[in-house]
Design a protein around this ligand. Sequence first.
Ligand SMILES: CC(C)(COP(=O)(O)OP(=O)(O)OC[C@H]1O[C@@H](n2cnc3c(N)ncnc32)[C@H](O)[C@@H]1OP(=O)(O)O)[C@@H](O)C(=O)NCCC(=O)NCCS
Length: 249
Amino acid sequence: MKLIETGFLYQHTAEEITEKPYQMLRLGPGRAQEIFSLQKIVYEAQDDPQKFVPDPIESFQDVMLVEGKGFSIGVFVEEQLIAVRTVSFPGKGEENLGREIGLTEESELDKVAILEATMVRPDYRGNALQKKMLVHTMKFIREYGCCHVLSTVSPFNYPSLSSVMHAGLYIKNLKLRTGVYGGKLRFLMAKNICREEPMNFSDTITLKNTEIKKQQLLMEKGYLGFKLEEIPEEPDQFMVYYGCPEVKI
Ligand SMILES: CC(C)(COP(=O)(O)OP(=O)(O)OC[C@H]1O[C@@H](n2cnc3c(N)ncnc32)[C@H](O)[C@@H]1OP(=O)(O)O)[C@@H](O)C(=O)NCCC(=O)NCCS
């Protein structure tokens, strides 16, 4: 396992807040059971089953920890895995989400990286660990020669959306997804990290994240979601800013 960074973070328990040293590492093969155990804790602690769909252990064993198929970053405190980010490279496979952003050439599909799962143990949330892991994740994705970074995120999962948009991904579509998602609504998020010029938007429209049909209609017209804003008096909802991009993603 390769060391990525070290630092301090806060652990929040019912009794106290404690500062702890952490290590962020690239996970080597053989760590699937640890990721799976963390996933169990995170899944059982979630407030809304819409937000997070657990992955089978095989996806960690056979994809996200296998060189060439994906990679994973983990955060350890006192030698326990407390946060993880997994990434896959779908290549020419049927499931490659790149087709949804108009990629057809095999050479372009090979440049797709999918941000898969991210999990932070509940007592370590609020340390911006997802954002910290994403900074390194994007760097590694670049080093693999990928250009198209894609992810699916629940429209009700503010912490996850906020982190993924902080890394520069835009909201591209909103669909009911079948398969492992079991018919749940998901935004498709995307960014072309090989494009140098900034994305500019005109004709900005803001919608609540719960306005599903209106968001879908806007994106069918080519709008992209580019910014979120919390609504202080409505903690379960937030605003999404949509705009017409000057260029395609
Ligand atoms: C998503 C997740 C990884 C983010 O954890 P984190 O890195 O500790 O989150 P952060 O500290 O970066 O917080 C992200 C944002 O959400 C806010 N936030 C954090 N926890 C929150 C909560 N429980 N409710 C509402 N907002 C919350 C933060 O204020 C921050 O807002 P900002 O970006 O506007 O400043 C974590 O919540 C988690 O493990 N969730 C369950 C698994 C999951 O849903 N994964 C995503 C799908 S794979």
